[in-house]
Write a protein that binds this ligand. Structure first.
Ligand code: BGC
Length: 761
């Protein structure tokens, strides 16, 4: 039921730019690959494989070709490439991941299809999280665009570059809802909101996979990490998840369902446990829910040594036990531990793993290789020529710049300090991110290169009339003070008319295993900000960040603040486009910026509690902290433009809605400013009373509207009872009559325009 809600909403309300729904893209893809059936030769092949060769088809290893930057992200364990080639010859490998380009892929594929006994092609996977060589904004940044179609386009462009080198399979998109900003991997996903996560998950899958998996310009997508990886206690990566089935179904699972409905045909089991059971060994999650209830047709891969880690979890006794548990729970393929190829043969011999089960997983993997066209031509994606010709071409770079500027959120712009004039002013660019080829592309880039990206100083110098009007001072290191740095920065600020202060997180402060206890601007940079603020020049803070930050002191008090995340190859150009007004900021926060780190996990769609914290003066014995209201400093959905946006004329088509009816809610949005703007009009709902308590607000739809100076537009949202569904007491989708609040508002915590209606039985 949840799926049809997305489609109906997309069609009727025009939420984002979601493409029209089609019943089952996964099925359509299967059909395109041979009538929706597993090709007959696959079963014939399975009959001829030894049990060792079958286990080999279920064993994936990191590429052993030295020098790949993947090696630093995930040490390969085996850096002996000739040995890996030999494994391919012996049929001990289904494929490798994070390898090193067309030449490496060709070498291994040749060994597999010319020299192995059964000549089964290898599959080549990789983490193409936000671009291959052309790097796009980190996924979280791109979600700030509130434009799923943009994500589809960048995913397609990333697949185009990556598949040119021989990559068939992407370990993306990450669709984990992240509500605790301490967690470092929030940067790879869709932020805190369920609807945004669903829309972006689907868009990215469509971009990576296209409409035909045999296309040499597309790749198989993996929805990861299944499931609830983002719900780790204390935001500590890999940590325990203890969660109700209701919250799982209502918050953490819907983005996966959206990805599968969009056609994703692989998924990755998450590292974490859920309520005592590691996902990698969870038959309820994979056999019952994923395959049984949802009818998932693809295959499941473990995360990197996820099966082995069940021993450390205290769930599996030893390697053999871990293999049995993971395999029987529904993990078809093991990544990196080598457990399956070592232990599956003896588990089948002893009868602990039924032969049929083994064949079933092998069939899923071989069917996927067939769908990817690998049996027709194992070299179809491997091309040294396309590897170069598709790399970093002009169109892709232009898309990176467009995606970059569409991802920048303007938090604040007191006195219309922004946009800055292009001439007549001296600008001091201060901070560790003002200049230099570092921290531009962001975390999780296996093939990207900071040295090929545009830094802020370059972008700014190109945008202004006189390059000499720009002075640069580093001022501070990222986590350490720079001797004499503050003095130099203060001197630069004194000579300038305007300061642009580029501060924040390095790219290795977010991403895998990069949880932080304090989500603040690192102390030496905060000191730099205080010293520069004391000079008294108008200051624009340009934040670099992979998560929401708790802004304080001179940073929070600066008259203008831009959130620029990690924007990728065209960073400097994208930021300059916004700074100097070539582009009016249009992005909105996909995560709430809290007042203090200690509020984590903080998300707008929280429950009210029995003692809600009222607006205004702090009251005793309410749900708030000592001395701090539990609201956001900048809430989810917040973001300003260069226009002057006003909301008026809220209208409901009726005050009541029957169970088989619908209601439309509209408002007028006006730009009374002198500059064109794009406003993200947001539609929130609250169910006042229900048999299960409901969040204080939930985003149900949004629309991005372009408004010329002086223009106004009526934006209409259509709501049906199915949109008011929640996971009820029996863990099933439920709709209950009652009173509902609706808001059309510029953010999750803005008053906006409000009304109520009744849903009648
Ligand atoms: C990450 C996955 C990734 C895999 C392979 C793991 O550490 O959790 O997201 O796909 O490594 O690089």
């Amino acid at each position: 039921m949840l799926d049809s809600r997305i489609s109906r909403r997309a069609a009727l309300m025009g939420a984002g730019a979601v493409v029209a729904w089609s019943a089952s893209p996964a099925r359509a893809l299967l059909q395109a690959a041979g009538g929706g059936r597993v090709p007959a030769f696959v079963d014939d092949l399975i009959r001829r494989l030894t049990v060792e060769e079958k286990a080999g088809q279920l064993s994936l290893m990191a590429s052993a070709w030295g020098g790949s930057s993947a090696a630093s992200l995930n040490p390969p364990g085996n850096s002996d490439f000739p040995k890996q080639v030999e494994e391919a010859r012996r049929g001990q490998l289904t494929g490798v991941f994070n390898g090193n380009g067309a030449r490496m892929h060709r070498t291994l594929q040749t060994a597999a299809v010319r020299e192995s006994r059964m000549k089964i092609p290898l599959i080549f996977g990789a983490d193409i999280i936000h671009g291959h060589r052309t790097i796009f904004p980190v996924p979280l940044a791109e979600v700030a665009s509130f434009e799923p179609e943009l994500a589809r386009r960048t995913a397609e462009a990333a697949a185009y570059e990556a598949s040119g080198t021989g990559l068939d399979w992407n370990f993306a998109p990450m669709v984990d809802v992240a509500r605790d900003q301490r967690w470092g991997r929030g940067v790879e996903g869709g932020g805190e909101d369920v609807l945004l996560n669903r829309l972006f998950a689907a868009a990215r899958v469509r971009g990576f996979q296209g409409s035909n998996l045999k296309s040499d310009a597309h790749m198989l997508a993996t929805a990861k990490h299944f499931a609830a990886y983002g719900a780790a206690e204390a935001g500590l990566d890999y940590n325990t998840v203890d969660i109700s089935e209701r919250t799982l179904r209502e918050v953490y699972l819907p983005p996966f369902k959206a990805a599968f409905d969009a056609g994703a045909l692989s998924t990755m089991a998450s590292f974490n446990e859920i309520s005592g059971v590691p996902s990698t060994g969870n038959p309820w999650l994979m056999n019952q829910l994923l395959r049984g209830e949802w009818g998932f047709d693809g295959f499941v891969v473990s995360d990197y040594t996820g099966d082995e880690e069940m021993i450390a979890h205290g769930f599996a006794k030893d390697a053999r036990d871990a293999t049995r548990l993971a395999f029987l729970a529904g993990v078809d393929m093991s990544m990196q531990s080598g457990f399956y190829r070592t232990h599956l043969p003896s588990l089948v011999q002893s009868g602990e793993v039924p032969q049929d089960r083994l064949d079933q997983s092998v069939r899923r993997v071989l069917a996927m290789k067939a769908m990817l066209g690998l049996f027709d031509d194992p070299f179809r994606r491997i091309s040294e020529r396309r590897e170069e010709s598709r790399s970093m071409n002009r169109r892709t770079l232009a898309l990176s710049r467009e995606a970059g500027r569409k991802s920048i959120v303007m938090l604040k712009n007191d006195g219309d300090l922004l946009p800055l004039p292009r001439s007549g002013k001296r600008i001091a660019l201060i901070g560790p991110f003002a200049a230099g080829q570092h921290d531009l592309i962001g975390p999780w880039c296996v093939y990207g290169d900071d040295k090929k990206a545009v830094d802020l100083a370059t972008g700014v110098r190109e945008a202004v009339a006189d390059r000499n009007s720009i002075v640069v001072a580093e001022g501070s290191g990222i986590v350490e003070a720079l001797p004499g740095g503050i003095e130099q920065a203060v001197a630069a600020a004194r000579t300038a008319d305007i300061v642009v202060l580029a501060i924040g997180e390095s790219q290795n402060m977010s991403g895998e295993a990069q949880s932080r206890t304090e989500i603040i601007v690192p102390e030496p940079q905060q000191q730099l900000a205080e010293a520069v603020a004391a000079v008294g020049k108008p200051t624009v803070v340009v934040l670099k960040n992979g998560r929401a930050l708790a802004l304080e002191g001179a940073v929070a008090n600066a008259p203008a603040i831009l959130v620029t995340w990690f924007l990728g190859t065209e960073t400097g150009h994208s930021i300059a486009d916004v700074l100097f007004g070539a582009y009016s900021p249009s992005a909105r926060l996909p995560v709430s910026f809290p007042r203090e780190s200690g509020q984590q996990p903080y998300y707008y769609a929280h429950k009210p509690t029995g003692r809600p914290n009222p607006e205004g003066k702090l009251e005793e014995y309410k749900a708030r902290f000592r001395g701090l209201t539990n609201t956001a400093l900048y809430p989810f959905g917040h973001g300003l433009t260069y226009g002057r946006i006003g909301y008026s004329d809220l209208a409901l088509s009726a005050r009541g809605m029957p169970m088989n009816g619908e209601i439309s809610v509209s408002a007028r949005v006006t730009n009374s400013g002198r500059r064109a703007a794009e406003e993200v009009v947001q539609f929130y709902v609250r169910d006042r009373t229900a048999s299960v308590t409901r969040p204080v607000r939930e985003l149900k739809a949004f629309r991005k509207v372009a408004l010329a100076p002086g223009a106004s537009q009526t934006v209409r949202f259509v709501l049906r009872p199915a949109d008011l569904q929640f996971i009820g007491l029996q863990n099933r989708p439920t709709v209950e009559p009652g009173t509902f609040d609706v808001w059309i508002a510029p953010s999750a915590e803005a008053d906006g325009l409000h009304a109520t209606f009744e849903l009648t039985a």
